[in-house]
Design a protein around this ligand. Structure first.
Ligand code: SF4
Length: 373
């Protein structure tokens, strides 16, 4: 079926696999029932099929197959930031890997080695880990995100995970959940008792990058309309200009996105906005070029950063940041925290005119933005 919109990329999925020991779980049955797709059982700890034998070649095919399986590792852990750059102190909730959207720059292409979409259905230990961490450290404030190894809402129509997570976080004073997406899948959020403890976030880019490099993602206006709806439901919002990509017309493109953002969404609803220029592991370049031969984003001059990732040269990054930051500052509410994801103090100073330490550090700045104190 030819679709005219990818507000919800879960419609791309056409097959479900279930790890045998998960079959009896109510949650598994719920998802199978909701999806109405062909499904089959896979013996424990086995792979659904041979797609992993040629991972890169089969990544596109893997994005149509959802593997409901067991997470035998840890669900909740700190984001793997690096010591060399200012990190936002994020806690990652690992609910599954990969997503049906296909971004040319997606770091997961180089990070994963299985092509299927995986979703962990054994959520009992997930909530146990969360409860232990949050109750064990009432003195800390946790910012928790599910969008590190997947898109937080892209398959929510099938999993309904948001309907479990959002009410859970509503009960905690020392935590906030961030659901980060490039979809417009928000129906499950409509009637949830969120208590201001969930931030719904969208990654944004220039319109031409969204269209050409983020395959099966929602359009700019679809994302912004969904954000406005979430604000009407009382959710706080966030936006991530990440990765900022140098491309012909980037200045006008990012300006157009910022203008559309503030024309659609109430500025006061936005807790934070991040900026991050394209950065990638060297191994991603080869995969990206192989999978997306028409894309030119990897054909630029890059320098290796302190974290081993390729980045644009500093003057190029600063030029883009200055342009985008200036426009954001003109329109953003004074309570919105605009910050860099993984940049040095020198860049902060040059673009924003201060370093995070002057405001108590980046984690504190973000905590204030969402708690309003
Ligand atoms: S939406 Fe996120 S997880 Fe999905 S392909 Fe794009 S970058 Fe990767």
């Amino acid at each position: 079926m030819q679709r005219h919109s990818w507000k919800d990329s879960s419609y791309y999925i056409n097959q479900i696999y279930v790890e045998e020991s998960c079959l009896h779980l109510d949650y598994t049955q719920e998802i199978i029932h909701r999806a109405q797709l062909p499904w089959s059982v896979v013996p424990d700890r086995q792979k659904p099929n041979s797609l992993a034998d040629d991972y890169v070649e089969n990544l596109s095919a893997g994005k149509r197959q959802l593997y409901l399986c067991m997470n035998r590792g840890v669900f909740f852990k700190p984001c793997p930031g690096t010591r060399e750059y200012q990190c936002c102190d994020y806690q990652v909730l690992n609910t599954g890997t990969n997503c049906p959207i296909d971004c040319v720059y997606c770091i997961l292409q180089a990070y994963l080695n299985n092509p299927w979409l995986t979703f962990y259905v054994n959520t009992e230990p997930l909530f146990k880990e969360l409860t232990e961490s949050l109750s064990g450290h009432p003195e800390l404030f946790f910012r928790v995100g599910t969008g590190e190894f997947t898109d937080s809402l892209a398959i929510d129509r099938l999993t309904g995970l948001s309907r479990r997570l959002v009410p859970f976080f509503a009960h905690w004073d020392n935590a906030v959940l961030e659901l980060k997406t490039k979809s417009a899948v928000i129906d499950n959020l409509a009637d949830l008792p969120h208590n201001g403890r969930t931030v719904v976030a969208w990654s944004l880019n220039s319109p031409s990058i969204m269209k050409s490099q983020e395959i099966r993602s929602a359009t700019l206006q679809e994302r912004l309309d969904a954000a406005r709806q979430c604000a009407e439901w009382g959710y706080k919002l966030a936006f991530h200009f990440d990765p900022i990509i140098e491309h012909p017309g980037w200045r006008a493109g990012y300006a157009a996105t910022i203008d559309a953002l503030f024309a659609t969404v109430p500025a006061e609803a936005i807790a934070w906005i991040s900026l991050g220029a394209l950065r990638f592991l060297p191994s991603l370049k080869e995969i990206g070029i192989k999978r997306f031969p028409a894309s030119t984003i990897y054909f630029n001059e890059f320098v290796q950063g302190l974290d081993g990732k390729s980045r644009y040269f500093r003057p190029n990054r600063v030029e883009m940041y200055l342009s985008i930051h200036r426009r954001l500052k003109e329109k953003a509410a004074s309570t919105t925290c605009i910050y860099f994801c993984m940049e040095s103090d020198e860049i902060w100073q040059e673009v924003m005119g201060f370093v995070p330490a002057a405001h108590g550090g980046l984690p504190k700045m973000l905590d204030r933005a969402v708690r309003g104190s």
